[in-house]
Design a protein around this ligand. Sequence first.
Ligand SMILES: Nc1ncnc2c1ncn2[C@@H]1O[C@H](COP(=O)(O)OP(=O)(O)OP(=O)(O)O)[C@@H](O)[C@H]1O
Ligand SMILES: [Mg+2]
Length: 371
Amino acid sequence: MPISVVGLDIGSTAVRGVELSAAKKNKPNLLRFHEVKLPPGSVSRGEVIDSDAVGSALKQLWSEGHFKTKNVVLGTGNQHVLVRDLTVPKMPIREIRESLPFHVQNLLQMTLEDSILDFYPVSEGVGDHGPTVNGLLVAAEKEAILGTIRVAERAGLTPVEVDLIPFALNRLLMSRSTVDGAVAIIDVGGSTTSMIIANEGVPHFVRIIPAGGDDLTQALKSGLEINTGATEELKRTLRVGADLASGEEFGPITSQCSCPKCLADVATADDPRATEILQRVTGELLAGLRNTVNYFNNTHPEHPVMQILLTGGGARLSGFATALRAMTQIPVTAANSLSMVTLSRKNGERNRMENTESLSVAMGLAMRNLS
Ligand SMILES: Nc1ncnc2c1ncn2[C@@H]1O[C@H](COP(=O)(O)OP(=O)(O)OP(=O)(O)O)[C@@H](O)[C@H]1O
Ligand SMILES: [Mg+2]
């Protein structure tokens, strides 16, 4: 029996588990995966809000997913996470970690007591005063991490590691990148959107913003006075215009589906209020992503972003990728997570879930404990 671990993604719309075992050739084996939807509001902006609801979803995930281990790698990430380039004199990693509080003064949005600090060495160099280590300083909110660990433990699981969600995506998607230059991985979730920029697989920049596809759902719901189910269906008929390069203009909204159910919703899809809401909410998110890429390119002119990889349910909004490409002038590709693992065909796993791309985070988390 191969030693395996489950990457566990506690997202705002669902909990997802992916069980991987170590690579036989060079890709890890995907043994099993499963997803259980969460009631709206039980997880928001990277934090567990209703631990009872999440706890029962985790128990259901294990009973339905038939995972063969309770060892889990958890993900964390909210807008308080701070990741910065940091160069320190070369010394043992323990001493570097002890020195971190001195480097974060005035940088943190939270107090030192409320944060967990870490350092990821990236490369070595030589400074004016001798050898140096270049790396990333990471500061994360203690309570958000502890909340996630507690809910997993209460569901009978054994957390073996906790990792930043953007690092998990980088591990999964950048392990085989052949792009010459930096790559930005953007995960548009329900209530958070993260960006990690890596050059030759080495992360240089991370930002997590408290925005995602659910903001559009909420804005449409209250603006058009329709229920959540109808709003989710409406979102799938909307299309973001591509003409964004020169300004904030959005093209017209069109219905893409002509089934009777969707046609019944066309009245709202053609509603000019829906156009205005789509333009405002999605335009704000897209402009924020473009500005972040521009900021990175201005501060790292030696390796500007040459490709954007998109993942997460919020990025499935029709026209989103095209609009992002028009705004940034950078090629945008949908991340293909399944190509990063070996899939056991005899388990029929490929057919068991509709949107396997939503497993990227859980896959990347599981890979942390295999490497
Ligand atoms: N086809 C689609 N068109 C438009 N939006 C979609 C589509 N499919 C999913 N979404 C949206 O994607 C969002 C959920 O994405 P995802 O499953 O990646 O989030 P999550 O991982 O649960 O949340 P988070 O990462 O914020 O914690 C929801 O807002 C949902 O409405
Ligand atoms: Mg997510």
